[in-house]
Ligand binder design. Structure first.
Ligand code: AMP
Length: 211
């Protein structure tokens, strides 16, 4: 089962991708995680992506489609995958469809995470992320340890107020049209109320998945 998680920054896609993937017994892939790792390692992709990411802009579609092509060559993707933050523009939706069609596969469902704007800003301004396993947290201070892996919690550069405002604008202008694209394409698309405790939202997400 190939599931696309769609929704604005701060909607909880990164928080939910892992528990949902575990429940389904399939891996998750988050392009944001792949790109941050490339930046840390100083690879050519990381060097090309860093400026866009720090400013809260989208990296070019070709970079994302390159990551998708590589992802679907991996044998562990055979049973399915949760794609977190992967489809952020209409050309990415079209490109992903082409990559999957060549493999005789398709996106089985799109889950749209819904959270009011003021709650998004509140979550992002209080967010930290583990520098090792990339788990995001709200309400934990930078410099403290990740309860999951012992890594150090840090603030993301693109969670500063200017970058957050830009990312919300980018979502409205470039990512929101992807919702209609999937609707017109006939892909099952389900809205999930993503306000509440992470455990409650996980239950809603699992219930929203096609059987
Ligand atoms: P995220 O961790 O999903 O919030 O992504 C962090 C940043 O990585 C984004 O603000 C973009 O700069 C970049 N990024 C991640 N995924 C994508 C994507 N599918 N398309 C373009 N840029 C992306």
């Amino acid at each position: 089962m190939i599931i696309v998680l769609l929704g604005p920054p701060g909607a909880g896609k990164g928080t939910q991708a892992e528990p949902v993937a575990q429940r389904l017994g399939i891996p998750k892939v988050a392009t944001g995680d792949v790109l941050r790792a490339a930046v840390r390692e100083g690879t050519p992709m990381g060097k090309a992506a860093q400026g866009y990411m720090d400013r809260g802009e989208l990296v070019p579609d070709a970079v994302i489609l390159g990551i998708m092509k590589e992802t679907f060559t991996r044998p562990e993707m055979a049973r399915g995958v949760i794609l977190d933050g992967v489809v952020r523009t209409v050309p990415q939706a079209e490109g992903l469809e082409r990559v999957l069609r060549e493999l005789g596969r398709q996106v089985d469902a799109v889950l749209l995470f819904e959270v009011p704007d003021d709650e998004l800003v509140r979550r992002l301004s209080g967010r930290t992320i583990c520098d090792r396993c990339q788990t995001p947290y709200t309400g934990r201070e930078p410099g403290t340890s990740c309860p999951k892996c012992g890594g150090t919690l840090v603030r993301r550069k693109d969670d500063d107020p200017d970058a957050v405002r830009r990312r919300l604008r980018v979502y409205r202008d470039q990512t929101a049209p992807v919702i209609d694209w999937y609707r017109d394409n006939g892909t099952p698309l389900v809205a999930v109320d993503a306000v509440g405790s992470p455990a409650d939202v996980t239950e809603r997400v699992v219930r929203a998945l096609p059987k």
